[in-house]
Design a protein around this ligand. Sequence first.
Ligand code: HEC
Length: 384
Amino acid sequence: MSKQTQEKHLRFPLARRIEHWINGAAFITLALTGLPQKYFEAPISVGLITALGGVENVRIIHRVAAVVLALVAIWHFGYNIYIWYVQRKNPSMLPTPTDGFNAWKTIKYNLGIDKERPKQGFYTFEEKMEYWALLWGTLVMVLSGFFLWNPITAAQYFPGEWIPAAKAAHGGEALLAVLAIIIWHMYHVLIRTFNKSMYTGYMSHEEMEHEHPLALHEPPAPKVEPAVLKRRKSQFWIGYGLVATIWLVGVIWFVTSEQTATATIPEPEKVEAFSPLTPTPFPSPDAIPEAALRYGTTWETSVGTIFVSKCGECHNPRNGEKNLDLSTYEGALAGGDSGPAVIPGAPGISISLFWPGFEDHPGKLSPAEFAAIQEWIRNGAPEK
Ligand code: HEC
């Protein structure tokens, strides 16, 4: 083996690798906490959400990962601008006409028409396509995510229909991105060739010959005068400092401007029912519609429902005002402190009929209900 073939070629410096894995971790987290919310009925989603301690946790984890992604984006932007403006280094992710030709030649190679894969440079057209898809996809997710995170703020500037549209776009783009990673990315970096450069940072000479032959012959970046470099650096820091600050403020605004979709309404506390004694100034609405009252006048078919819904709140075994329980048939017949509440066959002296008519008694009967109960008592107050 000659010296040259043993040579290793730096592909991704440590900073790039760290960036990639933080981005990857955020992406996987977003997918695992996002897709179960989109496909919430699927058993696997239910299992995942349960394992993560419920949907509230899942939503919080999703948002934390989204913030991580936004911070990685700020870093990525600065890193690239630095390489492009300060160092003026190749290689570039910008697409060129050659990439178009390479794509065409690759299709022909895959179809068996061409004998060889096209020779490509440091970044192949496959990598560039994926890179721009990631950038575009992230932009779609950030914009649509803003609509879901801050619906009221968004609706002040855009039509309200954009909110469900953003939800559809967010879920659709998520699915597309996950499938692109599984199919396109995993195929290219793990199956077609097993590319370790995102772990080790390096590629062997042989791998470079195979994957990026043209990069081996690219001239190194021209040397820059230290004074020029210094000037560019300070320009970079002023410009990027400004952009990054605005960007960061934007992220903070994104996260904090509105709590509509983030706040969790606490579950209502379970307490013993308490009935206020304040008289109701307005007659309460009919417990059951008049039409229903025409059918059968027994406790079970209609009268019981009236008593339970209009009187049972205060006159029940737990909260028996005047020891009167109107929530059961037996209780209604037995009555309270003032005697039997219902006397079968005698509507005129059954106190549960006239008592609700008193001004200061909070429970009221509508005329239709009054008539129905009167009729029922006259008929002997049958239970069934
Ligand atoms: C919001 C609470 C509340 C509701 C609802 C209510 N009541 Fe009362 N009821 C009271 C209170 C308080 C008293 C005792 C004060 C009074 O005598 O007015 C009482 C007393 C009575 C008494 C006298 C009991 C006795 O033995 O002295 C009768 C009868 C009665 N209510 C019937 C009814 C009927 C029938 C309904 C349903 C239409 C009803 N109440 C709905 C609070 C309620």
